[in-house]
Design a protein around this ligand. Structure first.
Ligand SMILES: Nc1ncnc2c1ncn2[C@@H]1O[C@H](COP(=O)(O)OP(=O)(O)OP(=O)(O)O)[C@@H](O)[C@H]1O
Ligand SMILES: O=C(O)C1=C[C@@H](O)[C@@H](O)[C@H](O)C1
Ligand SMILES: [Mg+2]
Length: 173
């Protein structure tokens, strides 16, 4: 159906890009890459360490460099980092493939991320407030995806992956 074209998952932290991406790759018989993991492997640093060492701006530059390399490959599902949509340049890489936005309400993100310590932007803040303000800033950017999958209540990653696959033909030219 996709003829080898890559699938890029975008969306907020906690939207399930990594979890659903793995499942989608299985269902499509595609390879799977998680951009945050690739960054960690390439730099031998955790995302937390990179933010501490390089700042957010340094991390964003590494993220762009990694995306530039990933998009040269085909037959991949790529789970991106939640902030990948912030850099205009990244869109030129994402547009090599089909871009799917996992749109999950802040309330649900909050329940998933309440105990999380791996996401530097969410540490030492009022979590719900921070998620709200990030969502408000980023929503217009996520909305530039080819496909939006609205997840209003908990569904299994397998179910969500199936919904994505069912929706893809509606946006293929
Ligand atoms: N469909 C789902 N049902 C229940 N829990 C889920 C679902 N999808 C993801 N989760 C849980 O929510 C948390 C965040 O999911 P995940 O890491 O996949 O998000 P992400 O979009 O990749 O976030 P980030 O942008 O920070 O990488 C994890 O604990 C995961 O197990
Ligand atoms: O939404 C974001 O800005 C981020 C999301 C994560 O995937 C990581 O890329 C990092 O924690 C930043
Ligand atoms: Mg992830």
């Amino acid at each position: 159906m996709l003829k080898g074209v890559n699938l890029y998952l975008i969306g907020m932290m906690g939207a399930g890009k990594t979890t659903v991406g793995r499942e989608l790759a299985k269902q499509l018989s595609y390879g799977f890459l998680d951009a945050d993991n690739v960054i960690e492997q390439a730099t031998k640093q955790s995302i937390n360490q990179l933010f501490a060492l390089e700042g957010e701006a340094g991390f964003r530059q590494i993220e762009t460099d990694i995306l530039a390399q990933i998009c040269a490959f085909t037959k991949l599902v790529i789970s991106t980092g939640g902030g990948v949509i912030l850099q205009q340049k990244n869109w030129s890489y994402l547009r090599h493939g089909l871009i799917v936005w996992l749109d999950v309400p802040v309330e649900l993100l909050y329940t998933r991320l309440a105990e999380d310590t791996t996401r530097p932007l969410l540490q030492d803040v009022d979590l719900k407030q921070k998620l709200r303000s990030l969502f408000e800033q980023r929503q217009p950017l996520y909305n530039q995806a080819d496909l939006r999958i609205s997840i209003s209540e908990e569904e299994t990653p397998t179910k969500i992956a199936t919904r994505v696959l069912e929706a893809i033909p509606t946006v293929l030219k």
